[in-house]
Design a protein around this ligand. Sequence first.
Ligand code: ZN
Length: 282
Amino acid sequence: MMRIDAHVHLFPPEIVPEIQKYTDKDPFMKLICSSPKQKYASVEDLLAVMEKDGVDKAAICGFASRDAGLCRLMNDYVLAAARQHPGRLLAMASVNPLDPGMEKEIQRCHEQGAAGVGELFPWGQMFGLEGPAAGKLASLCQERNLPLLLHINEDVGHYYAGKGDVSVKEAADFAGKYPALEIIYAHWGGGLFFYELMPELREQLQNVYYDTAASPFLYDKNIYRVAREIGILHKVLLGTDYPLIAPRRYLRELHAAGLTPEENALIEGENAHRLFFGPKTQ
Ligand SMILES: [Zn+2]
């Protein structure tokens, strides 16, 4: 079985000491970076934890800032890492949809081997999912068959740095507007997957995947069995949000949740493999 972590954040080590230069210009980034939970991981850190926890491949994101220059530095870092570790790392492009250079940056990253775009933060980067910038982003990703990883969080529950107010309704509407776009909604889509019990939402969310990022901080492990009952296990991707939480903690929960080994394998890698390497329909 191939194990794929679909949601990891790396940070170029040379940027960490001068992070304040950037956070002064980006309040969202400042919020995230000053959280006591914030950690920075390099390629080497990630490869070590993958080795230790038995992860074969990881989709690596930088941090999508409002500053296009910083996004480019993040992209250079993850693109180089993916080039140096082909078969092991997949680069995800960080862009700011409100930046006029978004199209060029997606093109540049795609040409250099990016496998997707994200994780983007509609709330933190201040682009509404209903607006023209998100529409442009959707068509660019769709044209290039690049899966789009978007941060969506639950609308209820405890506060944490980075928790925004983009609703599951906005997420559902966005998916409905761009039905051919492959979307990964992070953090179980903020609970959006529940509504796949409604036939019209199941249809509307056909190309939506959900990752498990931060699940141990948010949900009881029974969420995996709930996902099975809803009938969406073929759309759930192991995503760790590493360095926030290491893979082993997810695997421990998943393996204690009561799914079959075949069902675990879907979440641990088969779904992500199909998404990133499977034949494209268009
Ligand atoms: Zn997120």
